[in-house]
Ligand binder design. Structure first.
Ligand code: PLP
Length: 404
C-alpha cells in the first residue's frame, strides 16, 4: 500500500473540506430532510429554452471560434458586452480592456489571491464572510483578520481600530475583502457612509479593496442603497468581481473582474497558468444572453420570486424563533443569518441532531468567522426550498433551538 500522505503538500494538508459541500453530499436526495444549507439558485429560474437556442446558434454559426481555444482575458465579445452591462446596471465605467473573464467568481478569488498574497500577508474580511473566499486566501498563505458586520455591513470603526492595532504589521495588509450587498452569509448590505469610510480608510492606509458582488442584481426593496464601491472609487483601489451564477446559471462558470489595467494585466498572466482561459463556448453564450436581454429577464423573474420566499422565511422566523435569536433581514441575496444568544449554544455540534432528529439542515456559522468565534450562529438559505418547506423547516429549527 502506498502512503499517499507523503506526497500531499502542506497546503493541501492544512485545508479542511468545506463543511457545506460535505453536508450537502450527505443529505442529497433525502426527501425527508428540509435543507437550508445550500446557496444555490432555484432551477425553475434557469432560462432553458432561451439558452438552448443561443447555444445552438452559437455552435452552428460561430462554432469555429466558440469551440476553439481563446484569449486568456476572455473573448472580446463578452468583455465589451460586460463593459456595457456594468455601466448600465452598476454605474461602473470600465472599458473592455479593464475586464478579465474568470471561471466563476471563485476562480477570480483564487487569481486575485495568487497575484496579491505572499505567505504571511494579511487579508481583512468581514466577520462572518464567504467561506470559500476565506479558503482561497488561506490557501495562498494569508493571515485573516475579521471585522464584525452589523445590519449596515462591515463595522468600519472597528476596521480602523484593528488596522491601528497592527502597528508596523499594517504594511502586510494587502486588501480588504467585502461583499457589500446581500452578503453571504450574513445577508447584510453596507450603507453609503460605511462605504465612504471604507474607501477613506483604504486610501489612508494605502490598501486595495476586493469587492465581491454576486447579489446586487437581485434586490428586494426599491430604492435600497446598493451603489457599488467600484463606482465610488476615485483612486483605482477597488477590484470588482461578479458572476452570472445567480442571474443566469452557475453551471456556466463565468465570472469577471473589473480593475485598473495594470492589475488586470497581472491577473491575466497568472490566469494563463491557472486555466489558460475560461470556457469559450460559455463566454459566447453569456455575451448573447446579455445582449438579447435573457439576463434581464431572469433577474426580473428572480426578484419577486426570491422576495416572496424571503418574506415567507422572515415571517416564519418571527413566529417560530425565540426572542434570544438575532437574525438579519436581507434586502438582497439569498441568505438569512442568525445568532442564537443562549449560553452554550453550538450550531456545529447540534447539526447532526438537527438532521437526524428534527430533519432540518443549515450551515453552522462558525467556519464563516475568520477568527474562530460565531459558534452560536447559522446560515439559512431561502432561495432553494419551497414556501411550504420554508414554513415547516423554520418551525422545526425553532423547536430545535428551544429544546437545545
Ligand atoms: C460571495 C460569493 N462570492 C463568490 C461566489 C462564487 O461564485 P461563482 O459561482 O461565480 O464561483 C459565491 C457563490 O455563492 C458567493 O456567495
Amino acid at each position: 500500500m502506498i502512503d499517499y500522505s507523503r506526497f500531499i503538500s502542506h497546503v493541501a494538508k492544512s485545508i479542511k473540506a468545506s463543511e457545506i459541500r460535505e453536508l450537502l453530499a450527505l443529505i442529497r436526495g433525502r426527501k425527508d430532510i428540509i435543507s437550508f444549507a445550500g446557496g444555490i439558485p432555484d432551477p425553475v429560474l434557469f432560462p432553458r429554452k432561451e439558452l438552448a437556442k443561443i447555444a445552438g446558434v452559437v455552435i452552428e454559426k460561430y462554432g469555429d471560434n466558440a469551440l476553439q481555444y481563446s484569449e486568456t482575458k476572455g473573448i472580446i465579445e463578452v468583455r465589451e458586452t460586460l463593459s456595457d452591462f456594468l455601466a448600465r446596471k452598476r454605474e461602473i465605467h470600465v472599458d473592455a480592456e479593464d475586464i478579465i473573464v474568470t471561471s466563476g467568481s471563485q476562480s477570480g478569488l483564487d487569481i486575485v489571491s495568487r497575484t496579491l498574497i505572499d505567505p504571511g500577508d494579511i487579508v481583512v474580511t468581514e466577520s462572518p464572510s464567504y467561506l470559500a473566499a476565506l479558503g482561497a486566501f488561506k490557501m495562498n498563505g494569508a493571515r485573516l483578520i475579521g471585522v464584525k458586520v452589523d445590519e449596515h455591513g462591515m463595522r468600519t470603526d472597528l476596521l480602523e481600530d484593528r488596522l491601528k492595532q497592527l502597528g508596523d504589521d499594517v504594511r502586510r495588509v494587502k486588501f480588504i475583502y467585502v461583499i457589500p450587498v446581500g452578503q453571504n452569509p450574513a445577508g447584510t448590505t453596507m450603507d453609503k457612509d460605511r462605504k465612504k469610510h471604507l474607501l477613506e480608510i483604504a486610501s489612508r492606509y494605502d490598501l486595495l479593496v476586493v469587492e465581491d458582488d454576486p447579489y446586487s442584481y437581485i434586490i428586494y426593496e426599491e430604492g435600497a442603497e446598493v451603489a457599488s464601491l467600484k463606482s465610488m472609487d476615485k483612486e483605482g483601489r477597488v477590484i470588482y468581481m461578479s458572476t452570472v451564477s445567480k442571474i443566469l446559471a452557475p453551471g456556466l462558470r463565468i465570472g469577471w473582474i473589473a480593475a485598473e489595467k495594470e492589475l488586470i494585466r497581472r491577473f491575466e498572466i497568472v490566469k494563463q497558468y491557472v486555466d489558460l482561459h475560461s470556457p469559450t463556448l460559455n463566454q459566447f453564450i453569456v455575451a448573447e444572453a446579455i445582449k438579447t436581454g435573457v439576463i434581464d429577464d431572469v433577474v426580473s423573474r428572480a426578484v419577486p420570486y426570491y422576495k416572496a420566499k424571503r418574506d415567507t422565511m422572515l415571517k416564519a422566523i418571527q413566529e417560530n424563533f425565540p426572542e434570544y435569536v438575532w437574525y438579519t433581514k436581507p434586502i438582497g441575496g439569498l441568505f438569512v443569518f442568525a445568532y442564537v444568544h443562549k449560553p452554550g449554544f453550538d450550531a456545529g455540534a447540534l447539526l447532526e441532531k438537527a438532521v437526524k432528529q428534527y430533519k432540518v439542515a443549515y450551515v453552522p456559522g462558525g467556519s464563516f468567522h475568520p477568527e474562530g468565534d460565531g459558534v452560536n450562529s447559522m446560515r439559512i438559505n431561502f432561495s432553494y426550498p419551497s414556501h411550504e418547506q420554508i414554513r415547516e423547516g423554520i418551525a422545526r429549527l425553532g423547536r430545535m433551538i428551544r429544546e437545545a
